[in-house]
Design a protein around this ligand. Structure first.
Ligand code: T3D
Length: 265
C-alpha cells in the first residue's frame, strides 16, 4: 500500500491499482465536516488524474460508514441564507465528482450510512454492505428535506411511493432489506467485507478502465433520454470505446484463445 496524499480527516491509500478512501472520524461515526468534504473532493480529483488508479473504494473507519453532515458544525451552516451555498459548494460538487469519475467506485459500507453519508453510498457504482450495516435517510429527523442526490437516486431505484416512505419516516433500512429493495449489490458477513470488496476491486482494476468509464458515462447520460436518443448516444460512445487499446486486446485475446491483459488504455 502506498500513501500518495496526506489528509487530516481521511486516509488515502493506493495498492494494486485500487485507491481506498477511508472517512476517518470514527468517534463521530465519520460525520462529514466542510473540511472532510473538501478533502474528499481533492481525493476524487487525484483518482481522476492518476493513471495508475483504476478503481476506487470508499469506506469508513470504526463502526460507522458516515452519519452524514456533522451536526455540531451545523448551527451557522443550516441558516437558510447559508445552506444553499453550503450544499452547492460541498455535497453537490462531491456527488457530481463521483458520478463523473470515469473509473468504478465501490462503496464498502461497514456500518450505518445516514443523510449525506447515504448520498455518498448511492452515488457509488456498486455497494457492498456488511450484514451489520444499515441505511438511514435521516433528513426528516432534523426537519430537513433530502439533499446530496438522495431524492434522485432513491426515486430512480424505488419509485416515488417507496422513496417517499423512506424519506418521510427516516426509518432504518437493515442490510437484508436494502438488498431486497435493490439499493445495494451484495450483503456479506461483517468479517468477509474486506476480502469480498478487495476481490471485486482488484478485478475491476484489471478490467478495461476506459470501457468501464464510458459505460458509466452512457448510464449517466441515457438515464434522462428517450430510447431513440439513447441508441444514438450509445452509437457515438461506442466509437470511442472501439478506439481503445483494451478493445484491440480483448478481440485479439479472444481470437488467440488466451486471457486478455488489459492496460486501462
Ligand atoms: O448545509 C448542509 O450541509 C445540509 C446538509 C445536510 C446533509 C445531512 O446529512 S442531514 C442529516 C445529518 N445526520 C443526521 O441527522 C444523523 C444523526 N445521527 C443519528 O441519527 C445516529 O447517530 C445514527 C442513526 C447515524 C447512528 O445511531 P447510533 O445509535 O448507532 O450512534 P449514536 O450513539 O447516535 O452516535 C455515536 C456518536 O456519534 C455520538 O457521539 P457521542 O455521544 O458518543 O460523543 C453521536 O453524537 C455522534 N454522531 C452521530 N451522528 C452525528 C454525530 N456527531 C455529529 N454529527 C452527526 N451527524
Amino acid at each position: 500500500m502506498q500513501t500518495i496524499h496526506t489528509f487530516t480527516q481521511l486516509n488515502f491509500d493506493v495498492g494494486q491499482g485500487v485507491a481506498t478512501i477511508t472517512l476517518n472520524r470514527p468517534e463521530q461515526l465519520n460525520a462529514l465536516t466542510s473540511a472532510m468534504t473538501g478533502e474528499l473532493l481533492a481525493a476524487f480529483k487525484t483518482c481522476a488524474s492518476e493513471e495508475t488508479i483504476r478503481c476506487v473504494v470508499l469506506t469508513g473507519a470504526g463502526r460507522g460508514f458516515s452519519a452524514g453532515q456533522d451536526l455540531t458544525e451545523f448551527g451557522q451552516l443550516s441558516q437558510p441564507r447559508h445552506i444553499t451555498r453550503h450544499l452547492r459548494q460541498g455535497y453537490n460538487r462531491l456527488i457530481l465528482a463521483m458520478r463523473e469519475l470515469e473509473k468504478p467506485i465501490l462503496a464498502k459500507v461497514n456500518g450505518v450510512a445516514a443523510g449525506a453519508g447515504l448520498g455518498l453510498v448511492l452515488a457509488a457504482d456498486m455497494v457492498i454492505l456488511s450484514d451489520k450495516a444499515s441505511l438511514v435517510t435521516a433528513f426528516i429527523g432534523i426537519g430537513l428535506a433530502p439533499d446530496s442526490g438522495v431524492s434522485w437516486h432513491l426515486q430512480r431505484v424505488l419509485g416515488p411511493a417507496r422513496a417517499f416512505e423512506l424519506l418521510a419516516t427516516g426509518r432504518k433500512i437493515k442490510a437484508e432489506e436494502a438488498l431486497q429493495l435493490g439499493l445495494v449489490n451484495h450483503v456479506v458477513p461483517a468479517e468477509m467485507l474486506d476480502a469480498t470488496v478487495e476481490n471485486i476491486a482488484v478485478r475491476l482494476a484489471q478490467a478495461p478502465t476506459r470501457g468501464i468509464g464510458l459505460t458509466k458515462r452512457v448510464l449517466n447520460r441515457t438515464a434522462t433520454m428517450s430510447l431513440a436518443q439513447a441508441l444514438d448516444y450509445e452509437a457515438q460512445i461506442q466509437a470511442i470505446a472501439a478506439s481503445t487499446d483494451d478493445h484491440q486486446e480483448g478481440v485479439q485475446a479472444f481470437l488467440q484463445k488466451r486471457p486478455p491483459k488489459f492496460t486501462g488504455k
